[in-house]
Design a protein around this ligand. Sequence first.
Ligand code: PLP
Length: 315
Amino acid sequence: MKKVLTNITDFIGSTPMIELRHVWNGKAKGRILAKMEFVQPGGSIKDRAALQIIKDAYKNGKLTNGQPVVEMTSGNMGAGLAVVCGAMGNPFIATMSEGNSPERRRIFNALGAELVLVPQVDGTPGKVTGNDIAGAVEKAKEIARERNAFYVDQFNNPSCVTAHYTSTGPEIWNTLEGKIDAFLASIGTGATFIGTSRYLKEQNKNIYCAAVEPEKAAILKKGYVENPKHIIQGTGYCLVPPLWDPKVADEIITVTDEEVKQQTRLLAEKEGLYVGYSSGANVCAAVKLIESGVLKENPIVVTVLCDTAYKYSEL
Ligand SMILES: Cc1ncc(COP(=O)(O)O)c(C=O)c1O
């Protein structure tokens, strides 16, 4: 008999890797490979961080059986935590900006989480800004105080980086048996990029690691923000993430909303990969990186397809 899972959390991580053959016909030669993170139980890459955070919190005595867990989320961390907390028997409360897509509210309800919506400050529906996020953070802290809940604090929680250092990085390295030239990822908390890049660079310091930012909200690249509104939900919050480590970034590549929309559409139409905008942004940046000529000839470039497009109203 094949292995039968005994807990949904066993299905987090170990995602398949796919080669993207049809989304681009760049003049420069190379291969783009992508980890299908959206197949996880919560529908996104954030399941990895959610599981690590809860495991570490139990281990460090910060969380006990039945204690509530609270977190600010743009949707994906909330879904991951709802899955993990549900499986562990901890009630989960999510605080989220009203600007995130309504699909995400339905998901929280279905997974048994409690949702507290926070009005937008300067964003618009579908475009969530750093100030909008700050409002949701304040609400989460308030709930933690009032209900003695464990506050996840994903932007400051090192477990998020550990998750990718101990899973995403080794999975990529082992699948490719070390044959990888570059890795790219968009920046939300930065954990995916930092944890994965740190592990890969420790195996081979020549692996080129590039972070991806929205063109007009490229705080890491430019040090200032021209326009906080962009379509890449879950990333580009106009702040230098507290977990940020400039040592692992060889380059920061920017992408425009139009480029991202086009690439995301191509991923669905040509590859059957129905994924969200940050996945499109990552692939778009991978194409730019190959075409820039900074890598060796015929490079193998790896990125992540972060979440499913079923979470977006407009896709
Ligand atoms: C859709 C999506 N893409 C990318 C990211 C960025 O991941 P990280 O927080 O690890 O930087 C997130 C984070 O929430 C996300 O929701």
